[in-house]
Design a protein around this ligand. Sequence first.
Ligand SMILES: CCCCCCCCCCCC(=O)SCCNC(=O)CCNC(=O)[C@H](O)C(C)(C)COP(=O)(O)OP(=O)(O)OC[C@H]1O[C@@H](n2cnc3c(N)ncnc32)[C@H](O)[C@@H]1OP(=O)(O)O
Length: 217
Amino acid sequence: MQFTLEDITADEVERRMAVYGPLADTVRDLIDAVIRTEVDETVVTEANARLTAVVESLRANQIDGAFGVRHTAEGIGMPWGNAVIGLRNAIAPPLQVLKHPDGLVTADFTLGAAYEGPPGCVHGGVCAMLLDHVLGQAGSADDVPCYTGTLKMRYLRPTRLGPLHAEAIITEREGRKKIVRGAISDADGETVTAEGVFIVPKDWAGVMPESARIPPR
Ligand SMILES: CCCCCCCCCCCC(=O)SCCNC(=O)CCNC(=O)[C@H](O)C(C)(C)COP(=O)(O)OP(=O)(O)OC[C@H]1O[C@@H](n2cnc3c(N)ncnc32)[C@H](O)[C@@H]1OP(=O)(O)O
């Protein structure tokens, strides 16, 4: 497991974001449309044929395996395949995680039909995935990356699909271990809380070179 250097300028990162971000946004919209469409089934079949052709055109030249977590020599992170924040990942909401000076990290986001578990509500596993990431970024807020060791969730009440807020902060440190706490909230308050043990791996300097120790965008 390695973070990889991609030697490109900040302008080139911006240019690529402007190309791939809108593509993923459209696919995200497509996922929602596929779940909710009520059009005639002939239209559905035609749409599938057109989409199959689009997929083939994109697969004409592709990398082997996953995207990885890439960074530039200046330290700009490109975790673009990430399941929670990935710019090129239509499965990711994607969250824009903000880091505040006091160590708190926050994200405001909206979850739609693609994240449903109980009727009209967010799937519990999706809540866990989002909190795992937000707590992980809070645990890594001092730019030393940490991985989830243990994550405990408490589902206080159903989380309705719609606009949501997540936040997390380190509450205790012990050697390489950090206890991180956080929650997802809606307009009426917390719906899910989480507490995790996040651990800086023994060989972290080997997996994340100094130039990459800037929070991914
Ligand atoms: C800037 C960048 C931004 C980057 C921001 C990116 C944020 C993204 C966050 C996403 C979070 C993820 O999904 S991460 C992916 C999911 N997690 C993983 O895949 C982790 C898989 N597990 C591992 O790689 C490893 O087991 C580690 C790293 C967790 C621990 O390995 P280790 O480093 O060898 O740990 P080890 O020496 O044995 O133990 C060190 C201490 O931790 C304790 N410990 C060990 N394992 C655990 C555990 N699972 N739960 C609790 N505590 C544990 C030990 O008892 C010990 O305590 P003591 O004796 O010292 O008291």
